[in-house]
Design a protein around this ligand. Structure first.
Ligand SMILES: *[C@@H]1O[C@H](CO)[C@@H](O)[C@H](O)[C@H]1NC(C)=O
Ligand SMILES: *[C@@H]1O[C@H](CO)[C@@H](O)[C@H](O)[C@H]1NC(C)=O
Ligand SMILES: *[C@@H]1O[C@H](CO)[C@@H](O)[C@H](O)[C@H]1NC(C)=O
Ligand SMILES: *[C@@H]1O[C@H](CO)[C@@H](O)[C@H](O)[C@H]1NC(C)=O
Ligand SMILES: *[C@@H]1O[C@H](CO)[C@@H](O)[C@H](O)[C@H]1NC(C)=O
Ligand SMILES: *[C@@H]1O[C@H](CO)[C@@H](O)[C@H](O)[C@H]1NC(C)=O
Length: 611
C-alpha cells in the first residue's frame, strides 16, 4: 500500500513537471467578476458538463434568411425554414468536427462519451475537473456569489491547442458567471402597499382600450380581464388550438403549482377553471406539487400566459442541471448552465410552441461575449423556424440590480472599475423580442423597466430608423461613455408590470416586474399566432422586423408610453419619449389593431393606411 501511494505521488509530480500540452494558447480570459469571491481550488473529482461550440459554417446565410422571412415587406414573409434546413446551414465544417474529435480522443474521450446537438455545432462531455483542467490548461476554483451565497465552479481563463482556435468558438462552463435570475420584482401580499384606487367612477376612459374604457379597479389590481380590456382583446376566442401552442420556461427550481393555477383560473378566468397545462421535464427538472414548493415566478408566468390564451394548449418547461446532479461539499448548488440545456432540448423538438416566454436573465456583462453570441445564434435558429421568443428586459432600469438605484455603481467587469449602464441578456440578443414594463391606468412608465443598449450586439437593421431617431433627441454628450450608442437597443415593447394578482402557495398576492410584463405580451402574441394559424397563415416567428414596421407606420398598433424614465447607476436613466425609446420600446399592444395588421396583407403597414 505504501508503495503504491508513493508511486502515485511520483507520477503526479512527473506530470506536473512535464511540458504542457503542445502549444496551448490562451483562448479566453475575463477579469474576476464583481460580487464573486474565489474560495478555494475545485475538487479534482467534481464533474463538469463541458459544452464545446464549433463554428457554424453558414450563420450569415441563416441570418439573411431570418431577416427576409421575418420582414413584412419581403415577399418571403412567413416562409420559415424547416429544422433540417436550419441545421444544414449552421452545421460546422467536417474538418472542425474531426479535429475536435481527435483532440478529445487524445484525452481518452471516445465518441461514445460525447453528445452532439442535432446540427453537430455543440459537443457536450461530462468530465472531472482534473481532466477539464488538463484539456484547457487552466485551474477551476469554487467561486462564491457574495449576495446570494450561490457557489459555482469556474475559472477566469482557459487555453486550447493553437491549431484548434479556429475550430472551437467557446468552451463553457469556464468563464461564464451569469446566473439567469428570475426578473420578478417585489411580492406584495394582498392589500399591502397598494395605492388606493378611486372607485367613484367605475370605468377609466382609455380611448385605445376595448370599448374605450377599463374597469377602475384595474389601476392597482391587474387580472387577465384588465389586460384584455386595456389591450383591446376582449371577446377574442382562440380557435387554432390543434396547431397553436404557448410555452413558458422555468429554471432554478421554479415549480408551477396546479392547485394555484386552478384556483387562479377559478377566480379570474372562469372559462379556464378546469383547464391545465403540459409539463416538460428537461435534464432532471422537476415540478414538485407540494404547495410550499410552488415557485412565484412559475406561478405568475403560467397563470398569465395560459390564462390569457385559454384554450390554447400551454407547455411549462422545467429545466434542471444535467442529471444526476449530486451536490457536494464544494458546490451545493448546480454549476451547470440550465439555459443551454433548455436550448438543446427545444432545438431538437420538431414542433416547438410558436410563442415562448422567458422571464429570466442576467446582466449582459456576466455572460462572456463569445458565449452570449453563440446562445443568441441558437435563438436565431428558433426564429427562423417560426418561433416568437420573448424575454424580460430586466427590473433595474439602466442599472445593474444593486438594491438602491441611487448608490448603484454599475462597475464594469473589465477590471477597470469603469461605470457603465448594464443591459440584460438574453434580452439584448437582436434575434429576440425584449419586453419592458408599465404600470397604472392610464399607463405610465414603470421606473424599473430594464432598458438601454447592448455592449455586445450592434444595432440590427430593423432599428436603423427608430434608434437613431431616439438618440437624436438626447442633448449632445448625454451619458457619453455610459452606454454604447451603436448597440442593439432594448426593450422592443412593453406591457403592464405591477399589481398582478397571483395565486402563490395557496395565497392570493400581488406581484410585478418585467416578469409579469413578459408572459402578458407573450399571451397577446400567442393570440395573434392563433388568428394567423386559424386562417392557414404561417405563425409570426421572429417578431422584431414586424414590430419596428408597425411602430413606424401603424400608430395604433401600440400604445406609446411617453414620460417617465428608468433610473439606475446614479442617473435618471433614459426618458420615455414619443416613438421608440430604451425604456418602454414602442409601448404596449393593441390586440385587435395588431390582429388587423397580421391578418391583412401587410400592405396595411405601408403609410399606416387605416391604422
Ligand atoms: C370591475 O372589476 C371588479 C373586480 O374584478 C368587479 O367586481 C366589478 O364587477 C367590475 N366592474 C364592472 C363595472 O364590470
Ligand atoms: C391610477 O393610480 C395612479 C397612482 O396612484 C394615479 O396617479 C392615477 O390618477 C390613477 N388613475 C385614475 C384614473 O384614477
Ligand atoms: C417537494 O417539496 C417539499 C417541500 O419543499 C419537500 O419536502 C419534498 O421533499 C419535495 N419532494 C420531492 C420529491 O423533491
Ligand atoms: C475598484 O473599486 C473597488 C471598490 O471601490 C476597489 O476595492 C478596487 O480596488 C478597485 N479596483 C481598481 C482596479 O481600481
Ligand atoms: C383552492 O380552492 C379550493 C376550493 O375552493 C380550496 O378548497 C383550496 O383550499 C384552495 N387551495 C388553495 C391552495 O388556495
Ligand atoms: C429627460 O427629460 C427631462 C425633462 O425634459 C430633461 O431635463 C432631461 O435632460 C432628459 N434626460 C435625458 C437623458 O434625455
Amino acid at each position: 500500500m505504501r508503495y503504491s501511494t508513493l508511486l502515485v505521488l511520483t507520477l503526479g509530480s512527473l506530470a506536473a513537471a512535464a511540458p504542457r500540452d503542445c502549444a496551448q494558447k490562451l483562448k479566453e480570459q475575463v477579469s474576476p467578476p464583481r460580487g464573486w469571491t474565489k474560495v478555494k481550488p475545485a475538487s479534482a473529482e467534481h464533474n463538469i458538463n463541458l459544452r464545446i461550440g464549433l463554428p457554424q459554417a453558414n450563420f450569415a446565410q441563416l441570418e439573411k434568411h431570418l431577416y427576409e422571412i421575418s420582414d413584412p415587406f419581403n415577399e418571403r414573409y412567413g416562409d420559415h425554414l424547416s429544422k433540417e434546413e436550419v441545421e444544414a446551414l449552421i452545421a460546422p465544417h467536417d474538418e472542425s468536427i474531426q479535429l475536435v474529435e481527435e483532440w478529445l480522443a487524445s484525452h481518452g474521450i471516445s465518441a461514445d462519451d460525447l453528445t452532439r446537438s442535432p446540427a453537430k455545432d455543440w459537443v457536450t462531455i461530462k468530465v472531472p475537473v482534473s481532466l477539464a483542467e488538463k484539456m484547457l490548461d487552466t485551474e477551476y476554483h469554487v467561486w462564491l456569489h457574495d449576495e446570494s451565497g450561490d457557489t459555482m465552479v469556474r475559472t477566469t481563463s482557459y487555453s486550447l491547442p493553437e491549431h484548434l482556435h479556429e475550430h472551437i468558438e467557446v468552451v463553457q462552463p469556464t468563464t461564464m458567471f451569469g446566473r439567469f435570475k428570475g426578473m420578478k420584482a417585489t411580492y406584495h401580499y394582498a392589500d399591502t402597499e397598494r395605492p388606493s384606487v378611486d372607485l367613484s367612477q367605475p370605468w377609466i376612459p382609455i380611448p385605445s382600450a376595448y370599448n374605450g374604457e377599463v374597469n377602475a379597479s384595474c389601476n392597482a389590481s391587474i387580472t387577465p380581464t384588465c389586460l384584455k380590456e386595456l389591450y383591446n382583446g376582449v371577446g377574442y376566442t382562440p380557435s387554432a388550438t390543434n396547431a397553436n401552442k404557448i410555452g413558458i420556461t422555468a429554471y432554478l427550481g421554479q415549480y408551477a403549482n396546479f392547485e394555484d393555477f386552478h384556483n387562479f383560473t377559478a377566480m379570474f378566468v372562469p372559462d379556464a377553471a378546469s383547464s391545465s397545462f403540459e409539463v416538460v421535464y428537461i435534464d432532471g427538472g422537476q415540478n414538485n406539487q407540494t404547495l410550499s414548493a410552488a415557485g412565484l415566478e412559475a406561478d405568475l408566468d403560467t397563470q398569465y400566459a395560459f390564462g390569457l390564451t385559454y384554450p390554447t394548449p400551454g407547455t411549462f418547461y422545467t429545466t434542471g442541471g444535467m442529471p444526476p446532479y449530486i451536490p457536494d461539499d464544494d458546490t451545493p448548488t448546480d454549476t451547470n448552465e440550465p439555459y443551454a440545456n433548455w436550448l438543446d432540448y427545444i432545438l431538437s423538438d420538431p414542433s416547438p410552441p410558436q410563442t415562448i416566454s422567458t422571464s429570466y436573465g442576467d446582466n449582459e456583462q456576466t455572460v462572456p461575449e463569445s458565449y452570449a453570441k453563440r446562445v443568441c445564434e441558437d435563438l436565431a435558429q428558433l426564429g427562423a423556424r417560426g418561433v416568437s421568443l420573448l424575454f424580460a428586459s430586466g427590473d433595474f432600469g439602466v442599472g445593474d440590480g444593486d438594491a438602491n438605484p441611487e448608490t448603484q455603481t454599475c462597475y464594469t467587469n473589465n477590471g477597470l472599475n469603469e461605470t457603465k449602464f448594464i443591459p440584460g441578456f438574453p434580452a439584448s440578443c437582436p434575434y429576440v423580442t425584449s419586453v419592458g414594463a408599465t404600470w397604472y391606468i392610464p399607463e405610465e412608465t414603470y421606473f424599473i423597466s430594464g432598458g438601454g443598449f447592448s455592449n455586445y450586439f450592434s444595432r440590427p437593421d430593423y432599428q436603423a430608423v427608430a434608434v437613431p431617431e431616439y438618440l437624436s433627441k438626447l442633448a449632445p454628450g448625454t451619458y457619453e461613455g455610459l452606454y454604447n450608442p451603436y448597440g442593439r437597443g432594448i426593450p422592443d415593447v412593453s406591457a403592464q408590470g405591477q399589481w398582478f394578482w397571483v395565486y402563490y402557495a395557496g395565497q392570493l398576492g400581488q406581484i410585478g416586474g418585467t416578469s409579469a410584463a413578459t408572459p402578458t405580451f407573450s399571451g397577446f402574441v400567442s393570440l395573434l399566432n392563433d388568428a394567423r394559424l386559424a386562417k392557414k397563415l404561417p405563425p409570426l416567428g421572429f417578431l422584431n422586423p414586424l414590430i419596428y414596421a408597425a411602430g413606424a407606420f401603424a400608430p395604433k398598433a401600440f400604445n406609446d408610453i411617453v414620460g417617465g424614465s428608468n433610473p439606475g447607476c446614479g442617473t435618471e436613466g433614459f426618458n420615455a419619449t414619443i416613438g421608440w425609446d430604451p425604456v418602454t420600446g414602442f409601448g404596449t399592444p393593441n390586440f385587435y389593431n395588431l390582429k388587423d395588421i397580421v391578418l391583412g396583407d401587410m400592405d396595411l403597414l405601408i403609410g399606416g393606411l387605416s391604422l
